[in-house]
Design a protein around this ligand. Sequence first.
Ligand SMILES: [Ca+2]
Ligand SMILES: [Ca+2]
Length: 370
Amino acid sequence: MATFVNEKVSAKLQFILNKGTPITLNLDENGKFDAPLPLATTGNHTLVLTGYDIAGNFTSKTIEFVVDDTILVAPQETTGWGITTYNTIVLQKRDSFVVQGTIPVELGVEEGTRTLKFDLESNWDRSDTTAFLFDTFIVSLQNQNLFSVSETGPSYTPGLVSYDGKKVAIDLTSFPKTGSSKLVFQLLNHDGDTGSVVEIRNIENIVEEEGVVSPTFPTNPPTTPGPKLELTGLKTTENVAILFQNQKLNATTGEYTTEVQIQNNGPAISRNVVIVFANLPEGVELVNRSGIDENGNPYINLRNAIPTGGLSTGQLSAPVEVKFTNPNLVSFNFNPQILVGGLNVAPNFPTLSSFTVKPGDTLTILLSFI
Ligand SMILES: [Ca+2]
Ligand SMILES: [Ca+2]
């Protein structure tokens, strides 16, 4: 696949792949094209791109490239694509759930600091505005999410990572030197549009002997879902927002985790809150579910993430880690439904009838809450 911006729209543009038959490219109104490359084999390839003007003058560019397994696209029949060079990665998602590029990374430092730096340019397709979770780009190392940015903004640990909207700097000093560490760059799809592209350029891995490690603030680990809950009496609400963050996908095993938090934008609610994950596609399973509702959909109980007394208006829960398995890496969009219980009501004592007590006597009354 290729994308090309031709500022002076050509009269004709064509490419020849591996000395084969010329294929004409159709430009859109912006002078762009996006066409599949009919490649069936890994290894070295040559593409000659030629543009003609109306008078028949032409200019050509020869592009040498290698097709290998450093780019993972899944599920198999989808059309996402990626390109890596020694310091550049481009990922376009199209209809794929994941497009992943990996590069080897040197780790360890005798003294000073080691910092990974790269320029990030993301062009998000925002045509789907109704999804719960949007396209997300993730950088991870040793199964730890170092940095992510989605259509709704970035997420990272200050101190470990800095980001100015263009340049990302990740402090790798604390990562142990291992034999085969790879940086993993992933573009994940969770919404209904297909045009997002992320470009990572000028990747540098810099050791500074005089460098000083920045302080990082400890973050609380996410909690786990609570036990099975009686769902009768809980009600759906539109007043509670769900926030997803810190996604991780192991593209080898299909294990996918995300942290989920809720924000109560309505009247106070109790600790009895569940998120039901409806319409998960076949093969995708919510591993650490609290239970299953009457329709067969798994849910998680957020009790462990909500303080005693519930959530007042505007209050956030703690994050809960939710684990899925998706061994076939199929696309799935979250369609969560929140069920809440009303505000906890303070206990009342029953109305007591009158008692007669003589001075100096002791009266014991057993009281129970109702
Ligand atoms: Ca999108
Ligand atoms: Ca999308």
